[in-house]
Design a protein around this ligand. Structure first.
Ligand code: MG
Length: 220
C-alpha cells in the first residue's frame, strides 16, 4: 500500500491559524491592514509611497516589505520617516502568516493606524497564503498585457480590490480595458476595480477615497 502524506494541507492549516491570530491582534488595536500583491514591476512600492505621501498627516502608517532578497523597497519607504520592516524570504516566492507576524511584532503597533504589507512580486504563490490582513489588493499594470486575469485567476479572486496601474502609458501600449473589465467581472465578480496611475496621480484619488471610506465604515 502506498502511504500518501498531504503536507500541503497541514501547511495551509497552520498558516490559517497564525493569520487568524494576526487579524485578532490588529483588530484589537483598531489597525486597518492591506496585503499588496502583484507581479514584479507592477508598481506595488510606488503605490504605497504615493499613498503615504498623500495621507501621512491624516493617518499613521507602518509598512512590511517582503522580498526574496535586498532592502531597496524598505529603503524607499524609510524616507517618509515611518516604521518599516524589511523581510527577506531567502528564496520563498511569497510571504506567509508567520513571517508577517514577526514583522508586525517589530512595528510600534500603538502608534499605527494603517499597515501595508508588500508581498513578494509574483501572481502565483502570494494568492495561496492568507497573511492575516483585512484586505487583499492586487496591482496589475497595463504594461503586463491583457491576459493576466485568465492566466492567474486565483490572485484576482482572493483580492478585494484590483488596481489597474500605469494608465498614463495608454498612448504607447495596446491595452483593451473592456476585455480586462469583462474578465474581472466573469472570474472575480466581487473584486472592485480602480484604474489609476501612481506615477502621474491620475485617478489616484479614487483609491484614497476608498481607503478613507473603509476606515470610516470599520469605525477604526
Ligand atoms: Mg516593490
Amino acid at each position: 500500500m502506498l502511504k500518501v502524506i498531504k503536507i500541503e494541507e497541514s501547511v495551509f492549516e497552520e498558516n490559517e491559524k497564525i493569520a487568524e491570530e494576526i487579524r485578532n491582534i490588529l483588530k484589537e488595536r483598531k489597525i486597518l491592514s492591506f496585503n499588496i500583491m502583484g507581479g514584479p514591476g507592477s508598481g506595488k512600492t510606488l503605490f504605497i509611497e504615493k499613498t503615504v505621501e498623500i495621507l501621512k498627516d491624516e493617518f499613521k502608517f507602518g509598512v512590511i516589505e517582503g522580498d526574496i532578497e535586498g532592502t531597496e523597497d524598505g529603503e524607499r519607504i524609510k524616507k517618509f520617516n515611518i516604521p518599516v520592516v524589511q523581510i527577506n524570504t531567502g528564496g520563498a516566492c511569497h510571504l506567509d502568516a508567520n513571517m508577517v507576524k514577526k514583522g508586525i511584532f517589530n512595528l510600534p503597533l500603538d502608534k499605527i493606524d494603517i499597515i501595508f504589507v508588500e508581498n513578494v512580486g509574483n501572481l502565483v504563490c502570494p494568492a495561496e497564503f492568507d497573511v492575516g490582513t483585512e484586505k487583499n489588493i492586487v496591482i496589475s499594470s497595463i504594461t503586463e498585457g491583457n491576459g493576466k486575469i485568465e492566466k492567474y485567476p486565483l490572485m484576482f479572486k482572493v483580492s478585494d480590490l484590483c488596481i489597474l496601474n500605469k494608465i498614463d502609458l495608454l498612448p504607447y501600449i495596446e491595452f483593451d480595458f473592456e476585455k480586462f473589465e469583462k474578465d474581472l467581472k466573469k472570474i472575480a465578480p466581487e473584486t472592485f476595480l480602480i484604474k489609476l496611475s501612481s506615477k502621474t496621480g491620475k485617478n489616484f484619488n479614487e483609491w484614497i477615497e476608498y481607503l478613507r471610506k473603509l476606515r470610516m465604515e470599520k469605525k477604526f
